[in-house]
Design a protein around this ligand. Sequence first.
Ligand SMILES: [Mg+2]
Length: 264
Amino acid sequence: MKPLSALPCDGVRGLIFDVDDTVTRDGRLERVAFDAMWSLADAGLVLVAVTGRPLGWADVIARQWPVALAVGENGAGWSWVDARHHFHVDYFEAPTERERSDALKQRALERVRAEMPHVQPARDIVARRCDLALDVGEEVSLAPGEIAQIVALIEAEGCRAPVSSVHCHIVPGPWDKASGAARAIEEVLGDFDDERWIFVGDSGNDADAFARFRRSVGVANVRAHLPRLPAPPAYITPSDRGRGFAELAQHLLGALRGVGRSDA
Ligand SMILES: [Mg+2]
């Protein structure tokens, strides 16, 4: 991983960012990160939130944060508000595919409940529409071996099981953060080119995006997740979580202003 100061910013259209432990700390949005979002948006950069959190939360992010769109449930769907202030939602899968996926994810959940009854669904499950999530690090702290066992059970039922800093997801369809963000941006903004976007995240459910984007950035706390990442981010910030996000914003804004790059 190269230092943030080596990140080239030429031709960048916008920033795709993870939420948990990338702009939040202990579950709260950090002031310094929210300020940085507004500075980026004011400078004309397009912001896209892409989170493992529920689509019900993506609705709120799309309506209230300075973002062009918000992708939820690791790419399963997205929400946006258009120039006429009309609110929209769309999904990675067609309605008939979503019915099949609903049955698949329920079966995987029942398998985990039967074999590991102490594992509980995440508290945000009521706002989910496409995936399910199990709490592995939010209100509990499961051992790596237990998390690996959950992943194996979910995969045995034909679903994927990306793990973030807080949850293990039951993903019944073919979406991931990178493909969901790409499709969402193409639909909402009219086109998508990997080369014109920076991605920033922190953990296992960002792995596909770290692998896809040439300009992928990890906030410093990504170091704790490196043993489980198939590909590390290309660049890393000096500081963790929202502070690292703010350093990235400062670097990007400095480059845009043509006053040199941050010496971070
Ligand atoms: Mg995260």
